[in-house]
Design a protein around this ligand. Structure first.
Ligand code: GAR
Length: 213
């Protein structure tokens, strides 16, 4: 069995990378987190990686994409996981690693790409919210969607509460997708998601109905 090499890119708190690392046993050795990269020397995720013996490359802003390219060339990953990596990847990186980069975003894309998602959801009184995992293309938070976790907003929430619930959903769905990829269940061909060798034209949705605030 070949073990897929995966790298983690993050900018902040790192709750998603921590959750993925904690779920690593479920991958049965088919995928391993070999290294991590961050643009933020104060990111909490750095300690999480160090505690788990995952080497982290910390880059300054000026040389960011140069350093990222060097990092990727060194590790030759089969999968690049963006987990709160708040920088736009340059097109040449996206092209070189096409079909190997996935991202999580705290909205039901294509709704609300970019920043300030929670504010927008609450302002619009949305009835549903959630998170999306997608392959990355060269557009902002764009690319074929693999899985969405969706929940009903049952009462008036603060931004913090909505963020808390969304993170709970993210922590449910990211390990699922990584396991699918580790097991070769999910790939992308010509911008279309393939699940178990079948084309998937609308996102797979996980309805989460056990959230408590
Ligand atoms: C997550 O909510 C993730 O969806 C978001 O950053 C947060 C990182 O949290 N990503 C984006 O907004 C990408 N456009 P974490 O550092 O605790 O994993």
């Amino acid at each position: 069995m070949l073990t897929k090499k995966c790298v983690l890119l993050f900018s902040g708190k790192g709750s998603n990378i921590e959750n993925l690392i904690n779920n690593q046993a479920s991958l049965n050795g088919k995928l391993k987190y070999v290294a991590a990269f961050t643009n933020n020397s104060n990111a909490k995720g750095i300690d999480i990686c160090s505690d788990n013996d995952i080497e982290v490359t910390i880059s300054d802003q000026e040389e960011l994409n140069f350093n990222l390219k060097k990092f990727l060339s060194k590790h030759k990953p089969d999968l690049i996981i963006l987990a709160g990596y708040m920088k736009i990847l340059p097109d040449d990186i996206v092209d070189k690693y096409a079909g190997k980069i996935i991202n999580i975003h705290p909205s039901l894309l294509p709704k609300y790409p970019g920043l300030n998602t929670y504010e927008k959801v609450l302002k619009n009184n949305d009835l549903f919210h959630g998170a999306t995992i997608h392959y990355v293309d060269t557009t902002l938070d764009g690319g074929p969607v693999i899985l969405q976790g969706k929940f009903k907003i049952r009462k008036k929430l603060s931004i913090k509460e909505l963020e808390y619930l969304t993170h709970k959903v993210e922590h449910k769905i990211y390990p699922i997708v990584v396991k699918w990829i580790a097991d070769d269940l999910v790939t992308v061909e010509n911008n279309i998601i393939q699940f178990n060798d079948k084309d998937i034209h609308s996102p797979i949705t996980y309805i989460v109905d056990d959230l408590n605030i």
